[in-house]
Each structure stands twice: as structure tokens, then as C-alpha cells.
Design a protein around this ligand. Sequence first.
Ligand SMILES: Cc1ncc(COP(=O)(O)O)c(C=O)c1O
Length: 362
Amino acid sequence: MSLEPKKSILNLEAYKPNFGASNLKKIIRLSANENALGYSPRIDKELKIGGFNRYPPQHSEELIKTISKIKNLDQNKIILGNGSDDLITVIAQTFLKPGDEAIYTEYGFLQFPQSITVAGGIKKIAKDINFHASVDNILKLITDKTRLIFLANANNPTGTFISKSEVYRLINNIPENVLLVYDAAYAEYIRNDKYTDGSELVEKYNNVIMLRTFSKLHGLAGLRLGWGYGNSKLINYLMAVRGPFSVNSMAIEAGIIAMKDIDFQNHCFDFNLKSMKHMEIELEQLDIKFINSSTNFILINLLDKDKFSAKNAVLFFKNNGVLVREMNVYNLPSHIRVSLGTEEENKYFLKLLKKFIRKNDS
Ligand SMILES: Cc1ncc(COP(=O)(O)O)c(C=O)c1O
């Protein structure tokens, strides 16, 4: 008998980020929703390097206390993870057994279906309405086999969020034995009264977990650090499933400094807002359709410009030194997702976009 993994893994493909190989020396990466401004400059100055012969703390009190203090949250409800991806996987492993159902939205973050499949669960996809998650469509899919609902708010790759009142309508209408996984990876980019990062839900409901990441506004994607916020009983279950040392020492130290550097966070927020406005104005002038985004990336539709397939665009950009993300996996063959870069990078992207349009117009 040949060696085989469990059934749910047999046909599963690995997640493929577009970090693309390229022959060009300098490549601008606008494909992974990272922070083009880098990370808190205090990290290079203050990070203590050394002591790597020791395992990291299993549950870094210092980082948890720092998050709790700055975000005004209960430290007993915080769990750290090796990126929020790790926590998504841990949640699916903890709550799904083969045959259990988990709901996510039509254009929901790709790690959701991946983790459901790995756990052996059954995927249920709630149609979006106009590139926004639809609470009604999610609620319609609930059965007595439903265990999890994954909602990224704001969502990747659409960049849209649903309002606080819609989120309350969702949580108020799901059974108490169904866990809402509220992924707020882009929360730091959103300062809007209509938005909730989900932490207030955790204070009121036992069946919600909020997920956050240091990979986006904090600019620490390479260190792999995320955190979750949920009632302490839930957190204890997740801690039993999570790898004991899944968060490394460097990530912990850098995370503490990043969380405290409010000036850098404000700087990135302001820059992102300004860059997004500029991008929107430029796209409008080019008569290119896009989805209004509350994040650090934007979903652009090239089909309305007719014959331009996104595949050609991605190749054109790549050959000119810019990586953007194709959206075929979401069944959006005419769309590309573009992360905001530095001012110079955004300018260069727009210059290339104009060239691409001219080339295809002629
Ligand atoms: C919605 C969403 N959740 C989670 C993540 C993963 O973040 P991390 O780097 O913390 O694993 C991403 C990254 O792109 C994302 O877009």
C-alpha cells in the first residue's frame, strides 16, 4: 500500500502567493498587501538579538500585556500565532471534524477554504452582493452541521467591509454553537465609525474570535506574527492545538516595539489614505473600474476596458518589473489586485498601466 495523506489533502494544492521569479534585478512587489513603508524604525534600533539557544515563551506575557494595554483589551482573551494564517488553521483544526460545515464568503480570503479542507470540513460559499459580504446569504447557509463562519472584514481581495450593524445582525442570528471567525487583518487601516474591528463583539458574545496581524500596517510580514481575541475558554482550546512554540523570539520582541510605536502606525495610516485617494483619482481619469477599498490594496477590473485580459496585464507588469496579483482563483479573470507601494512605486505602476492601455487600444 502506498503512503497517502488523509483524504481531504489528496487533491489539495499549496497556496501560491505571487512573489514571482523574475530575471529583472529590481522588482516592485505590489502583490502581497505588505507595508511598502517598512516597519517601525524603532525595531532596528531597539531589537535585542541573541538568546536564540532558548525556546521562546509559549505565551509571551510581555507582548500580550502590551497588546492588552494599547488596545484596551483583556489579556486573558489574547492568543498569539505564527501569523493569523496559523490561527485560522488552528481554529479549523480545533472545531471541524470530517463532515462538519464551515461557511466563508464568495471572495473570502483564500486561507479560509484551505484550512477548512485540511481539517476535513465541508466548504459552504456565501455569495457576495456587489463585492460585499452578504449577511443574508451567510445566514441562509447555516444548517445543524455548521460549526464555523469565516468573515474577513475588511476582506481580501475585495478591500470592502460590511458595517457594524450588519456584523451585529450576523452574530445575533447565528446559533451559539457556531463560531464566528472575524478576521480583521486590515483593521488598522480603517478609522470609520461604521466599522468594528470585532473586539467589542468578543466582550458580548462567547462565539466570536477576532483575528489580527502584524503583517499589514505594522509591516512585519516576514516575522510571522498574529493574534486572536476570544473568550478565555475558547483561547484555552486553541492553545492546546497550537504548536507550543509557534511564535518565535524575534517576532515577540519586534511585535512589542511595533505595537508601542503609535507615531509609525499613524504615519502609515495617513500615507495609505493619501495614496489610495491618489490611486482612485488616477484610475477614474483613465476610466478604469475598481472596487472602493478600505485597505492597503485595490481590486481593479480591466475587462470594462474590453479586450484586456488580466493575465496579459499581469505578464506585462511583471516584464516591466512590477508584481501584481491575478484573480483567477476567485473566478475573476478580468481583475487584478494591486497593493499600494511607495509614492515612487505607485507612480511607476500608473505609468505602466497607462502604457498597457495605450498598447491595447492601438
Ligand atoms: C484577510 C487576511 N487575513 C489574514 C491574512 C494573513 O495574515 P498573516 O500574515 O498574519 O498570516 C491576510 C494576508 O494577506 C489577509 O489578507
